[in-house]
Write a protein that binds this ligand. Sequence first.
Ligand code: GDP
Length: 425
Amino acid sequence: MSNCAIVGINWGDEGKGRMVDLLTEDYDIVIRYQGGGNAGHTVINEYGKFALHLLPSGIFREGTLNILGNGVALDPENLLTEIDDVASKGVSVTPKNLKISDRASLLLPWHRDLDCLEEARLADKKYGSTKQGIAPFYSDKYQKKTIMAGELFYPDELRAHLRDLLEWKNLTLTRVYGSEPYTMTMLEKWLKEACERIMPFICDTKELLKEAQRNGKKILFEAQLGSLRDLDYGIYPYTTSSNTTAAYAPIGSGCPSAKVDDVIGVVKAYSTCVGEGPFVCEMFGEEAETLRKAGFEYGAKTGRARRVGAIDIVATRYGVEVQAATEIALTKLDVLSYMDKIPVCTHYLVNGEQSDIFPFPCALKDAKPVIEYFDGWKCDISKARSWDNLPKQAQDYVTFIEKEIGCPITYISVGPERDSIIIRK
Ligand code: GDP
């Protein structure tokens, strides 16, 4: 397979980072094609433990070219913090191994403010934003009210553009939210302190990718979050503000003619969901607390405790369809080793009727989970490196999920480290 996308099938946090880190060895180029600094990919490797937010996970591999595509929310301040963090642990990040599309739009300083102001206005009706400015950024991008990274090389046009945006945005900041206005001096400071340092990384990645495709280079597309957070197909409005689906990879990465040959959908062996929104299979009380602790389910960016539940076959099957996944990586199977009986949400009951169809977002609140229990294996599986090393109960659990979601499970992850993996193909 030449090109591959690694995507989330559920609500995000499925362990995409560890899968990209594992597979980058086989690819020449890794591209982040959507999202911003609002979620984190956790990667554990020989350099240490990292929570990557914007940097592509291929940054740790020598010889791999990493690209931030035009579809990302490019937050220069966050990106620099991340570059400094990985550099401090011995990972070299230079314009040779990291390139930023000149068509990536910039997350401007007021986007974070607007996120906080709007969440405060919404009070108890809030969507659970990570307050990184992502929703205000994408709405401004589609209103054509932000700037593209390449504009940094045109100082006169850039300043004229920023002055126009400033005048417009101050109307919202002051009149809608009663907040302080921004000034050109503040923007000049941001240009100097944040933008100047990222300029060496910015180039026309479209031309570079055309050349790479001509030369048969293999591309890995890296997504953030999961199917159920996709702006169009997810649990709107509790979605993110971009398309998390593999179908968006060619657009957001800057190679619109690329064919995505293989889509690896990452599914966690149980469910987790951060923030607000309907979550049919949610567990509560002690059962939830024990699973949360076993899986260390706390947000990589915010530290927020994640909501947890049984694996949800209805939502996962839908996620597989939305991503057009060709194979599945099932992660964190080891976390379930403590359970006597493993719950699986096999169907939904909607208004008393059993259903296998993932409902329209408004109807999710009426869906109740139908839970079946599988025998636990009650032993440590974190050292298993082949299918035959897995106890029969674990094999039965995996085989059942595979059959129900209709997609082959080719990777089974039994620990966070790069080599804690069973490859089944
Ligand atoms: P991502 O955004 O999809 O990359 O997911 P996160 O990084 O937010 O969450 C995945 C978490 O699970 C990270 O802390 C990983 O180190 C950890 N992890 C990934 N795979 C496994 C696994 O198979 N077993 C265990 N125990 N932890 C894992």
